[in-house]
Every structure is written in C-alpha cells, then in structure tokens.
Write a protein that binds this ligand. Structure first.
Ligand code: G4P
Length: 524
C-alpha cells in the first residue's frame, strides 16, 4: 500500500468527558467493534479515584494501567483507528491538554442527565483554540435524563459550537426504544445487551407507514414532529465540522453498546485523516516524504527498578522506521531506535514502521522532553504545546542538604515530563512549582523521594496566576519588569513570567501598563 493510502486510512482522536460520563465504557465498546478486545470489562478505567489520594501505591498501580491504555490502536473496516486516552482526574488536566495537540479530532461524551459539566467545558476551550473537529455522544439514554432539545441548547451555549443531531432518541430511561439515525436513515431499535450489536432497520423516509409497526403510532408521530423540529439546527456540512464550527451529535448508551456502532461508522466516514501541522518554520503536510514528529507525552518509570521512560511521539509527516537514523532537533544529533513500540489495543509491541497520524512509543533514558522534534534531517519545531497558567503554586525547598544534586536532577526531569511547571523567581532565585491540583504536589514529592532519593519541602506562596508577558513597547516592558521585580520569574524556557498575587493586582497591572499583553498560556 502506498504511503498516501496508509496515511489516509488513519483516524487519530481522543475521547474527552467529565469523569463518569462514560469515556472508559465508550472506549471499550469501540475496541470491541474493532475486534481489539473480546469481552467487556477489559479496559480498566484510567481514572484516579479521589479516595486513592492517600494511597500512593494505588496511584503507581494506576499509572501502570494508564500507560497500557494510553493509546489504543485497532483496525476497523478499511481504517486504522488510534484512540488517545486522557486522564480523567482533573489534577492531570495539563496532560490532557497536551494529548489534544496530538489528535486530529475528538469525541466528547456527555451524560444525558448531567449535561455539560465543568471539565468538558474546559477541554472544549482547548479544542476551540485549535479548531479541532468535535463529535458529541450523549450517553446513558437507558436512564432518565434531560429533554434532548434542552441538551442540544446547552451544548450549543456551553461549548460555544453549533450542533446538529445526526441521531434522535425515541424516549429514554425505562421507555427507551432506540434512535432514529438521521445520518444513515435507519431506525435503530434498542436491545439492552452489553456485548451485542444493535438491531437496525432501514427507514429511508420516516413518513413511511413502516415506522408505526416498529414503535407504535404515538411514538412514530412524536418522532416525525421532532425530526421536523431538528431542521432548526444548521444543516450538517462536513466542511464546517472539519473547521471545528459544527458538532454532529449522537445519542445512545455506551454501557448497552447502543448507538456506538452508528457513531463509529459515521466517525470513520467524516472524521479527518491526519491533517497538516504547523511548525515554527512552516506548515508540515502529512503526505510529505520526509518524516517528522513531536513528543507530546512522557511516561516515566513503568518499572520502578529501572528508570525507564517512554516518550510518546506523534508522527506528523511521512513514515517512521525502526533502526533508521533521525535527527533530534534540540540536540542537533542523529538517533535511532531499535525497539520503538506500537500500541495495539492494550498490548505494546515492537513496530517496524509507522505513518503520519500514528503514535510511536520511544524508550527513553532522559533524552526527550515534551515538545521535542524528530525529523529526517530538517530543523522543525512544532508549535501548539502551550503551558497554561497553573492554578496552585508552592515554593519547593531542599529538605536534605546532602541530596541537593539529586533534587535538582529530579525536578529537572519531572518538569521535562510535564508533571508540573517550574518558575524561578528573578529576584531571589527561589524555585516555585505551579500545578493544576494538589495531587500533583504529592506526586512530585513521592517521585522525588522514590526515584531520585531526594527530599523536598513545600512552602506556601500566595499567587493567583502566572502570566506570560509581551509588548511592542520595549521601554514599557523594561519599566514593568523593573517595577514588579519581586514578582517576575523565568519559566523553564527562560521566558519572562509575571506572577500575579491576586486578580486585583493583575487588573491594576493591566490598567497601568496598557501596552503590555498578559497571557495565561505560554503560546500566543
Ligand atoms: P469515565 O471513564 O467517563 O469516568 O466513565 P466510565 O466509563 O467509567 O463510566 C462511569 C459510570 O457510568 C460507570 O458506572 C459505567 O458503568 C456507567 N455508564 C457508562 N455508560 C453508561 C450507560 O450508557 N448507561 C448507564 N446506565 N451507565 C453507564 P460505575 O458504577 O461507576 O462503574 P462500574 O462499576 O459499572 O464499572
């Protein structure tokens, strides 16, 4: 098969949701369709339950599980599907943001009873920033939930995207009869069954009398009325979906394997194959001959006895081959990999070749950090791996003076992995760690001790946000830095960051320095 055809068959995406909406369940059903697994219950939830926060071994165990299910590849019909898993726990949201830079589209799962929840909203913001095409699966129709029209309104409003239902539910909860598939023009009748596929009846025209024989007169009438009402939503246009402006919506029940095949069939049809990715130097087309890819995730210490890490590389263009030399752009050095891994469902296996759109696991001994690029030889730097302003900040101090070297190395490596963000105060040189949640501080402390033999101590610092600053007016920028010197820090790349103590202080700074832009992400 030609390289072009190989690339065209790929569909690389992530499923995102608020915890408990049904991401794990949906992933599992998709794998069942792909024949990648054979029984339900085979995919372990990647979520770290709140109750586990005090038990570190639990987190370690779960980290082990999550690496196995970090990327799940399988073949479906003529397509190669790569699902990238995202951590459920909100304290690891940064990890999810980065994963979203490595996908070509996403499926959002929403619970029909709960509607749009906080984390979905946040993740959608990232999708919007990148114009990622989005499909929505409204889940748990086997339970009572909200009116489908209300759900659509909420999706539109809260996720700030136009929606277009491509399937429509017939009742819900105990009365749930199935869905009318507007995309394929068929009636999918509900049979609660966790393993088997839906019964589908082709109904080319819902005005046919046939509808009544399957769902009865009154439901048939309601369905016709509702389908008529759906025409108030914008018509489905693939171009708009691909531009990230219109999200097709499906209804179903992942647990009962209902509506999942319909979703998958439509997905492989309309979802994008690998798309061009923007590098600082130029736009890189997936079909280019030269190979290129970037590291978007690093997973450490799968085996605590050996300091083993695995770098996840998204291939942006061309073909990757085992034992071929590629350029590590940051090191300006050629490297080759004798045992790169593919992720086929839950197995990791050595791969010989992979194509644009695929994710390759590269065993690593500390050569990679997030954002690193590998190419056939060209100097490329991929954009779009922004750091977001952390929500919580603490000073990190050495608690064991004999181990300062170890602490330094540990902090350095954990930050390269993207566990949290490091800021160095320009005034007093103290190091500040910024995180999204408390759990990350605990992970850092635990890992510094167990992996590097170093001990740290946290000291409180009251900060509101980290802002990356820029201005066309160099003089004003210098003046600002001089006046705010106590609050200026460098991030890991040496960029200037203003650490605002409070929202009020930030507002004052914005008022006083009109020519300075304050950004909450490191890329603008
Ligand atoms: P997550 O990854 O998004 O966090 O959600 P997950 O799939 O783990 O699903 C959360 C809970 O919702 C699970 O129940 C799961 O069985 C249930 N669920 C998923 N899809 C459906 C559905 O279509 N209908 C109904 N009624 N429930 C659904 P749990 O009790 O938390 O876990 P478990 O003991 O069943 O594994």
């Amino acid at each position: 098969m030609s390289i072009k055809k190989e690339i065209q068959k790929r569909r690389t995406f992530a499923i995102i949701s608020h915890p408990d909406a049904g991401k794990t369940t949906l992933t599992e059903k998709l794998l069942l369709f792909g024949g990648a697994i054979h029984i339900a219950g085979a995919v372990k939830s990647n979520k770290i339950k709140k109750s586990a926060t005090s038990d570190w071994m639990d987190i370690e165990k779960q980290r082990g599980i999550s690496v196995a299910t970090s990327v799940m590849g399988f073949d479906y019909e003529d397509h190669k599907i790569n699902i990238l898993d995202t951590p459920g726990h909100q304290d690891f949201a940064e990890d999810t943001y980065r994963t979203l830079t490595a996908v070509d589209s996403v499926i959002v799962v929403v619970d029909v009873a709960k509607g749009v929840e906080q984390q979905t909203r946040k993740l959608m913001e990232v999708c919007r920033m990148r114009n990622t095409p989005v499909m929505i699966f409204v889940n748990k129709l086997d339970r009572e939930g909200r009116d489908p029209f209300d759900i659509l309104d909420e999706l539109e409003e809260e996720l700030q995207i136009n929606v277009r239902p491509l399937s429509w539910p017939i009742e819900m909860g105990d009365r749930f009869k199935g869905v009318y598939n507007l995309y394929q023009k068929s009636l999918d009748l509900y049979q609660p069954n966790k393993q088997k596929v839906t019964k589908t009846i082709s109904v080319k025209d819902i005005n046919e009398a046939d509808l009544e024989t399957h769902i009865g007169e009154s439901l048939a009438e309601t369905l016709r009325e509702e389908v008529e009402l759906i025409s108030i939503y914008p018509e489905f246009k693939r171009d708009e979906y691909l531009a990230g402006k219109l999200a097709p919506v499906f209804f179903g029940s992942a647990l009962n394997n209902f509506g999942v095949k319909e979703l998958l069939d439509c997905f492989v049809d309309i979802a994008p194959s690998p798309r061009p990715i923007v590098a600082e130097e130029r736009k890189v087309d997936p079909y280019e001959e030269g190979f290129s890819g970037f590291v978007f995730k690093i997973h450490a210490n799968m085996d605590p006895n050996h300091r083993s890490r695995i770098a996840f590389l998204r291939i942006c263009s061309g073909r990757f081959e085992r034992n071929v030399n590629y350029k590590h752009v940051r090191f300006d050095r050629m490297m080759r990999f004798s045992s790169p891994t593919a992720f086929m469902a839950q197995k990791k296996e050595i791969l010989d070749e992979a194509y644009a759109g695929d994710i390759v696991g590269l065993p690593d001994t500390g050569n990679f950090k997030i954002g690193d690029t590998l190419t056939s030889g060209e100097d490329l730097h991929f954009k779009g791996l922004p750091s977001f302003s952390p929500e919580m900040f603490k000073y990190i101090e050495n608690a064991d003076p004999m181990k300062s070297k170890q602490l330094h190395k540990g902090i350095e490596q954990l930050m390269d992995e993207g566990v949290a963000q490091l800021f160095t105060n320009q005034f007093n040189g103290r190091q500040i760690i910024g995180t999204v949640g408390q759990l990350q501080f605990e992970v850092i402390e635990y890992r510094l001790l167990h992996e590097y033999g170093a001990q740290c101590r946290w000291e409180p610092i009251s900060l509101y946000k980290a802002c990356w600053i820029e201005s066309d007016n160099a003089e004003e920028l210098e003046d600002f830095k001089r006046r705010k010197y106590q609050y200026m820090a460098h991030d890991k790349q040496g960029r200037d960051v203003f650490l605002a103590e409070s929202s009020y202080m930030l507002m004052m700074a914005q008022q006083d320095f009109k020519n300075i832009k304050f950004h909450f992400t490191s890329e603008f």
